[in-house]
Design a binder for this molecule. Sequence first.
Ligand code: 4AD
Ligand code: MG
Length: 431
Amino acid sequence: MAVKTTIQEVGKYQDKEVTLSGWIYNKTNKGKLLFLMLRDGTGLIQAVMFRPEIGEELFDEFTALPQESAVQVTGKIVEDKRAKGGYEMQAKSVEVVHVAEEYPITPKEHGIEFLMDHRHLWLRSSKQHAIIRIRHQIIQSCRQFFDQNGFTLVDAPIFTPAACEGTTTLFETDYFDSKAYLTQSGQLYMEAAAMAFGKVYCFGPTFRAEKSKTRRHLTEFWMIEPEVAFCDLDQDMDLAEDMVAFVVQSVLENRHNELETLERDISKLEAIKKPFPRIKYDQAVELIKESNPDFLYGDDFGAPDETIISEHYDRPVMVTHYPAEVKAFYMKKDPNEPHKALCVDMLAPEGYGEIIGGGQREDDLNILLQKIKEHQLPKEAFRWYLDLRRYGSVPHAGFGLGIERTVSWLCGIHHVREAIPFPRTLLRLYP
Ligand code: 4AD
Ligand code: MG
């Protein structure tokens, strides 16, 4: 009996017989030979079928199989320098597991709406497959970074009683006899956890009722959020920089084939080395005004403004000290510049925009009470959060990295909707 293995592992079985299970990606018939391109989720391999070896009936059945039919092929693995993976299979015996119907996704051009309607099938295509593998690598590396650096994973709830990032993007839902909101960020819970564990992180889905249709916004996206006690803005930026440099490096090391499939310019990613530039809002405004003289000092940056800033650098840039009014209620103000927040946004190069938002948190009870009032937030829902400023309040900071924005940047893709397996946007809840 031949061993069962995967295409990724065939190199271990050179000149031996193995069984591969997968789907037909492609095939060409040349008389007595049928070249079958097989995919199994780990890679692609060509299996060569010889009519006299396979038998007439099966050979003809295979020749007629539609794309995406499921099959099992047993044969010898031989080295083939021209093949992408370096090997091909000489098929000895074959079996049909399922005959597919006419596959709707063909090599011809399809519109994005058609492809998104068929997202459940589109995931099988080589580029989409590569993106999701890189996403996995990014998530794995983020976790590895925090796990190796003394952080404890603390999961944040999804149902929450109050807003974290402003009331305009809250998803409200019935919660028995009252209302709940889907979480916009795990941050407030991570602040509680940091006071219990020192260094913590959470990773999970977050929700924003974004009414805008941009290439950077999803209504459901994933965020990794570290929070550290006894930490100021500078130390927070050191952490963000270390993490991003680590993640980029591990994608380069472990996902070379996928980056190649996506035709990503790897030299751009190889440039992502510490230190990342750090500038203040005021300096960023000067850069913006060179190209966009109409920019109003005091406003938050729009996507085009972020692009202008990032064009000045070959690596991510960290912008601090935004006007406190454009930032969330929990941001601490800089005692030396009382109108500015001790916040940081990390902007990715090549116009990919903000991938990280974070900063130092307000740790004074009375100032925080005042901020909650100014932002017209329900004080009762924040009672527990205010307790953190009553019992051993300390300087603390953290940030949130948006996974899909990071995936888009590292993959070099245009829109975040391809950076998540099943995207949710203003106009899409299917499939
Ligand atoms: O800047 P944001 O809103 O920051 C927070 O939520 C903080 N509470 C995080 C923290 O300090 N723990 O969001 C953080 C990141 C952004 O930089 C962006 O990468 C991503 O989350 N993000 C989105 N990604 C996709 N679609 C959206 N609608 C997003 N909104 C934010
Ligand atoms: Mg932000």
